[in-house]
Design a protein around this ligand. Structure first.
Ligand code: B12
Length: 248
């Protein structure tokens, strides 16, 4: 069986940008390589020691701190001291063209920048390996890993999914469809209008009593209404103001 390409992904210095390094480590692993990730905050010595111990073919550094002109030459120097100067030193950084040129001249491999396609990195490492060890030594690319199923969160998404996908079982249960209104309610016959209550007829005796009470209270009611009208007039007088003259 062919030996897997072994890569050490290193994060030297105080640079905390590890997302890209993890993404690249996963992409190299998916391309059939053996990947060792050092984790954050490693010294050049630690990285080179790990590369020797792990017998790697490639040392790939992630230097997003701007210290690339210090770290790449230092690590490359130590690799040579430890007898692994023939291995590939590559990596990423926010590297201006002039710096990139200078590092290439020192013997460092191709360097990448932000937003690089991970497949370009895979292709570059495989090309270098084939050149160094011959095309026969290159292990075949494994089939791409299965894409995770889309997480269907709502009916809307399920509705817009392609027809073939619509039948596939969703990982997350789709929202239950709204319950349809019961059919019976729709076709239910309209309620008959409530019959109006027939006005109760007051018996004659009651009518008489009511008329008497009304007649008794009439003078009182008259006096009360007179008081109310005079109070109203008074209020009107108080609030009455001279009419404003409109501007002309
Ligand atoms: C997210 C981010 C952060 C996050 C980091 C989260 C994390 N855990 O990684 C946080 C908020 C913590 C952060 C902090 C800082 N950041 Co910042 N950050 C970014 C940002 C916006 C995106 C980086 C990222 O994760 N991208 C997503 C990954 C997947 O994509 P990628 O990095 O492009 O990776 C691809 C390639 O670069 C390459 N690659 C990546 N790694 C590797 C490794 C190897 C071995 C190989 C071969 C290839 C490779 O392949 C990847 C796949 O496409 C960049 C700007 C940018 N657009 O790049 C600034 C940026 C890197 N940050 C910057 C700065 C200045 C800082 C701070 C110093 C800000 C501050 N003053 O506090 C701090 C430093 C913190 C620290 N301890 O180091 C600067 C760096 C400038 C420079 N070096 O010249 C940048 C460029 C922003 C800018 N334009 O100024 N940051």
């Amino acid at each position: 069986m062919l030996r897997k390409i072994r890569v050490l992904v290193g994060k030297p210095g105080l640079d905390g940008h590890d997302r890209g390094a993890k993404v690249v480590a996963a992409a190299l692993r998916d391309a059939g390589m053996e990947v060792i990730y050092t984790g954050l905050h490693q010294t050049p010595d630690q990285i080179v020691e790990a590369a020797v111990q792990e017998d790697v073919d490639v040392v790939a550094l992630s230097v997003l701190s701007g210290a690339h002109m210090t770290l790449f030459p230092e690590i490359f120097g130590r690799m040579r001291e430890r007898g692994i100067g023939d291995k590939l030193l590559t990596g990423v950084g926010i590297i201006p063209n002039d710096d990139m040129k200078a590092l290439l001249e020192q013997g460092v491999g191709r360097l990448f920048g932000p937003g690089t396609n991970t497949q370009d990195i895979v292709a570059y490492i495989r090309e270098w390996y084939a050149e160094r060890h011959g095309a026969d030594a290159l292990p075949p690319l494994p089939p791409p890993p299965p894409r995770p199923e889309p997480v269907v969160g709502s009916q809307e998404i399920a509705h817009h999914a392609p027809r073939s996908a619509a039948k596939a079982p969703a990982r997350v249960a789709a929202k239950p469809a709204r319950r349809a209104r019961p059919a019976a309610k729709k076709s239910a016959p309209k309620r008959a209008a409530k019959p109006k209550r027939a006005a109760k007829k007051k018996p004659a005796a009651k009518k008489k009593r009511a008329a008497k009470a009304l007649a008794k209270s009439a003078p009182r009611r008259k006096a009360a209404s007179a008081r109310a009208t005079s109070a109203k007039r008074g209020a009107k007088k108080k609030s009455a103001r001279p009419a404003r003259r409109g501007r002309r």
